[in-house]
Design a protein around this ligand. Sequence first.
Ligand code: PMP
Length: 364
Amino acid sequence: MSRFWNSRTRGLSPYVPGEQPQQSAYIKLNTNENPYPPSPAALDAIKRAADERLRLYPDPACREFREAVAERWRVKPEQVFAGNGSDEVLAFAFAAFFETEAGAAPRRIPPVLFPDITYSFYPVYARLWGIPCECPRVRDDFSIDHTDFLTPCGGVVFPNPNAPTGAALPREHVLAIARYHAEQNAVVIVDEAYAAFAAPRLSVIDRIAEHPNLLAVHTLSKSASLAGLRLGFAVGSEELIEGLCRVRDSFNSYPVDRIALAGGAAAVRDAAYYEETTRKIIATRDRVSAALVEKGYTVTPSSANFLFIRHPALSGAEFFTRLREAGILTRHFNTGRIADFIRVSIGSDADMDAFLTACAKEMV
Ligand code: PMP
């Protein structure tokens, strides 16, 4: 605590991102990055954007990128919002659509709902903006019971597939949640950071037109291999997108830089390249999952680019530490029902073979 902090800063409990070692010999399976390089077309566009035009501000409307997204997902550019990573898009969405304690008249504010086991940034945003929230319990197998979210509230947010479990909620259940809350004028945010790794298709972008209160949030950090570029986007009705723009333009008119806009547009247009890398990641995930189950590990069925794994004998903390000592970085959330699990991002086949070898040693 510092005496210079205001009461808001003192009350924050910031998100702690996974470790990013600067030079390291670690096999890095801790932040769900993609082991394959970005599309050559995206890298080329990034290099071409790095010229004297950098003295100029970027397009505040992010037109080129939004048009590429609109074309790929068959929506209108007016239904697309771009931000500096999907974390920023989510932060703006919380600010734009969920009622805050400070902003509301003195009455009980209906809480925003998100699952008790989920992306740990959501409670951080809620705290930052002063948004009350409640967290229905996911089932013991970590699946979400969608009926828990069919209740009057201030809005709903969840990732699909969920993080850090990888569990997917069927599209029909997502749409049922959106339909229920449309009647109550509450916004439903589906964080589809990992949806590209799900089969059959999980994203609800193609159903946005029927659900004016449904916002699908995507990132180029995972399936598009561009975590270092910081680019995310949301697709929703024009009124939702306009709400996001109002918040952004009260904060920073240019959150997405010229290089990110150029690289992002080229990446979105190179669907063929990413279909291939995504297919490889899914195949590796399913192979590693089957190998672990065979050895007695508990592995939650995953629709994402990571596995949620419990060692048959070791605690989550001990399993994490032993892998770290073996040169493999994973993620451990030392909390509640998930303390005995670790989350392991899907790396290259060679990385995952090294992981399986380390796991075999941990069994003796
Ligand atoms: N949503 C979920 C569920 C995530 O796991 C992440 C990555 N930590 C994000 C959003 C944010 O991704 P980014 O800001 O890199 O787009």
